[in-house]
Structure formats: structure tokens, C-alpha cells
Design a protein around this ligand. Structure first.
Ligand code: SAH
Length: 401
């Protein structure tokens, strides 16, 4: 445990307090607003450009004001209207009266020995999700959640054991990116060399079951006059909601990752139960027709390595067959254990053998190094602490009954 540093969470959120040098808000004296402190004011975060303009029109403001505000909110990361110095004092005062620029609160911030950071994010209604920042040499990736819990019940996934679920709003999804930027001290949006350069929709939840809010949020994140992370640096991961895959490609054009994990319907029905609704053949057809694919732009197939369950050489060969005709790369994910999980991680030898077969067939097949394991931030380990606690309380009650 000594490798883990934890900052307990006073209000307002530590991420908002611990702004790095160079952040325009670092010395903001007024308390920053937190979404959820419902005081009747409307949060401007999460509105698209048209909605923002419509809001300002109600204050009698011309359309170009929306563009100015957009710049302050999403390019400069400013939360306090008083600091928006290109706006008149009077207008700033009126904005303060009616609106806030609020991110969700950070209930807990953890940092792994390997530099991975995890934020337990508290939403206005008290629900919690997790976001994870994974620094690498050439990039920094933020893993963003799309739902509280998940309805999919994939057998190997910790989040899937968490029943409680609701969709996140666009504001709550964009808010995760903004609070990560706050904590990394990365405002205004740097042109390059960013600590937060890439986004993966691979946190808690199934993003294609919350497509409207995810799409709205990602369009805000991609906007070149704001946070400005390009669609080429965004990857959306789905367990295979086939009817939504096409829309995702057409409306967002982001990179696609598919949680495949098995090569027969028989096994995939068990591991990823949504397969019973959208079996492998339909899933692969949706992949084959995903817009914009080329050798330079491939679909990532994620494959969790479960000991003696899906890790044989025969399955590696069947995987290669399945991928025929799809510009693909394979991402092998050694199973990340969690308390009570009914699986074990494949041996290194089994993973190496599997990877070699896929590689020899012409597909990149990197093994994903588990990151942030010491803070339960690795793939499939995310689960709100509040739910964990409730579960452990239930166990304690059961034990004493
Ligand atoms: N709902 C999305 C995002 C899931 S998380 C989806 O299903 O794609 C990102 C990846 O981690 C998915 O491929 C998921 O199947 C995988 N995963 C889940 N639990 C895991 C675990 N315990 N170990 C390794 N990978 C896991």
C-alpha cells in the first residue's frame, strides 16, 4: 500500500484545488462551483454550441458571445465568470447570477506507482464513477466512464457486477475530461505535447447504450476551438451493440474497439451475454462495414486472456479466421483479477503463444500491460467505492446473521 498515495477528499474537489502552475485558475479566490450544489443556476458545461447560443439569447446577447464563452470554458478551462476578461463586467455579473461552469466533484484521487491516476468522481445525485489517466511515453490517455455501473454483466468484468445503473449526462462525460485537465494543470489547451492527448471510452458502462449523451460529449471534446482532441485520438469500446455501431461511425467517426473475448458464439454467449442478442457473425459484419476503415485506421479487437477458458492456440487460429477482411489489430488483455472473480489470468507462456499466432497471420497483437493495478484502475477493475462498501457491508451482515 505504501506505493499508493491517496488524497482524501475535502470540498471542493482536490482536482480543482491542486491546479498546476500555468493554470489560469490556480489562484482563483472564489470557491469553484461544483455540479450538484443545486442552487438553481444552470450549468453551461455539456451544452453544445447551439444550446449555449440559445441560453445567451435569453439574456439578449448576440451569437458571437457564445463563441467567446466557449473559448473561456473549453479552451482556457476557466470556471469563474469573473476571470473572463473579454466580457464586460456587467455581463459577467449577469452570467454569475444565472449560470455556473461546473465539473463533477472528485471524491478521491489516487496515484499508482506507475504514474496512473484514478479519480473517483462524485455526480450531483451522489452516484459515483471512475476516470483513469494513463501516462505513456508518446501520449497520455484518459479512460472515461459513460454510465454508473453497467447492464451488460460480462462475467470477467468487475463493473458488470454493479447492478445500479444510470446514464451519465453529456455534462458528466465532458466533466471527466475537464477535471482531469484541471488536475494535470493542462489549460489552456496546449497545441501539442499534451499529458492528456487521447481518450478511450473504456471506463464504466457501455457507451453505445448511452449514445446520445456520449455523442454530444465527444463532439464538445473534439471541437477545435475548445478541448480539441481529434477523432483520431478517441477510441470508443463496445461489447457489441450492433445497431449502434453504424451510427457511431457515421456521426462521430472515432476509432472503434470491440470487446470480442471469444471466437465461438457458445463461449461468447457465456462471457459477454449481449452476444445472445447480437451474435459474432452480425458483429463482424458491422465491423466490416464501419466507415473510414483502412490499413492505417483499423478496428481494435480486445481479447481478455482467461486461463484455460479462451487462450488456446486453436482459438488464436480461429480468431485470425474471424478477422479476415477487416482491417484489424488485436489487443490482448491479461485478465485483471478482482475479489471473488471466477477466472484466472492466462500464463505468460499462453499469452505469448496466442500473440505469436495472431502476429504471424499479419495482425499487430500487443499485450496490454496492466496499468494502475495497485489502485484497482486496470481494465475491468473499476467499480464505485460506495458500491464496494455497500457490498462489503452486505457480506458482513450476512456473516453475522
Ligand atoms: N463497455 C465497454 C468498455 C469496457 S472496459 C466494452 O465492453 O467494450 C474496456 C475493456 O476491458 C473491455 O474490452 C472489457 O471487456 C475489458 N475488461 C473488462 N473486465 C476485465 C478484466 N477483469 N480484465 C481484463 N479486461 C477486462
Amino acid at each position: 500500500m505504501d506505493r499508493v498515495t491517496e488524497s482524501p477528499s475535502p470540498q471542493p474537489s482536490p482536482a480543482l484545488r491542486e491546479r498546476g502552475p500555468g493554470s489560469p485558475d490556480a489562484t482563483a479566490a472564489s470557491p469553484l462551483p461544483l455540479a450538484g450544489e443545486a442552487d438553481g443556476r444552470t450549468n453551461l458545461v455539456g451544452l453544445d454550441r447551439a444550446e449555449l447560443a440559445a441560453e445567451l439569447a435569453t439574456l439578449g446577447q448576440p451569437a458571437f458571445r457564445a463563441r467567446q464563452l466557449w473559448h473561456w470554458i473549453y479552451h482556457r478551462g476557466v470556471s469563474d465568470f469573473a476571470e473572463m476578461t473579454t466580457l464586460s463586467k456587467e455581463f459577467r455579473a449577469r452570467l454569475t447570477e444565472h449560470y455556473v461552469v461546473a465539473r463533477p466533484a472528485v471524491a478521491r484521487a489516487l496515484q499508482s506507482a506507475d504514474g496512473t491516476r484514478k479519480w473517483l468522481v462524485r455526480l450531483p445525485d451522489g452516484q459515483e464513477v471512475e476516470s483513469v489517466h494513463i501516462p505513456e511515453e508518446d501520449r497520455g490517455t484518459l479512460c472515461v466512464s459513460s454510465q454508473v455501473g453497467c447492464t451488460l454483466t460480462c462475467r470477467f468484468c468487475h463493473t458488470g457486477t454493479q447492478k445500479l445503473v444510470r446514464n451519465l449526462s453529456a455534462a458528466e462525460i465532458v466533466g471527466q475530461v475537464m477535471l482531469a485537465r484541471d488536475a494535470l494543470g493542462e489549460w489552456p489547451s496546449p497545441p501539442d505535447g499534451r499529458l492528456l492527448s487521447n481518450i478511450v471510452m473504456m471506463g464504466m458502462g457501455e457507451p453505445l447504450y448511452n449514445f446520445d449523451n456520449v455523442a454530444k460529449a465527444l463532439k464538445i471534446v473534439m471541437d477545435g476551438e475548445g478541448i480539441s482532441i481529434s477523432k483520431r485520438r478517441i477510441t470508443l469500446s463496445t461489447a457489441g451493440v450492433v445497431p449502434m455501431i453504424r451510427r457511431c461511425g457515421a456521426e462521430l467517426g472515432v476509432n472503434l474497439a470491440i470487446s470480442l473475448h471469444a471466437v465461438t458464439d457458445e463461449l461468447r454467449d457465456q462471457l459477454v451475454p449481449i452476444n445472445r442478442k447480437y451474435p459474432i457473425a452480425e458483429l463482424m459484419e458491422a465491423c466490416r462495414t464501419y466507415p473510414g476503415l483502412s490499413n492505417a485506421r483499423r478496428i481494435t479487437f480486445e481479447y481478455v486472456m482467461l486461463k484455460d477458458v479462451n487462450d488456446s492456440p486453436a482459438e488464436a487460429r480461429a480468431l485470425v479466421k474471424l478477422l479476415e477482411g477487416v482491417p484489424a489489430k488485436v489487443n490482448l488483455i491479461p485478465f485483471n483479477p478482482w475479489p471473488g472473480a471466477p477466472f484466472e489470468r492466462s500464463t505468460d507462456a499462453a499469452i505469448a503463444r496466442f500473440s505469436q499466432i495472431v502476429f504471424d497471420a499479419g495482425y499487430a497483437s500487443p499485450v496490454r500491460t496492466p496499468r494502475g493495478e495497485d489502485i484497482m484502475a486496470a481494465c475491468g477493475q473499476l467499480k464505485s467505492a460506495s458500491i464496494r462498501k455497500r457490498a462489503s457491508e452486505r457480506l458482513a451482515e450476512a456473516a453475522s446473521a
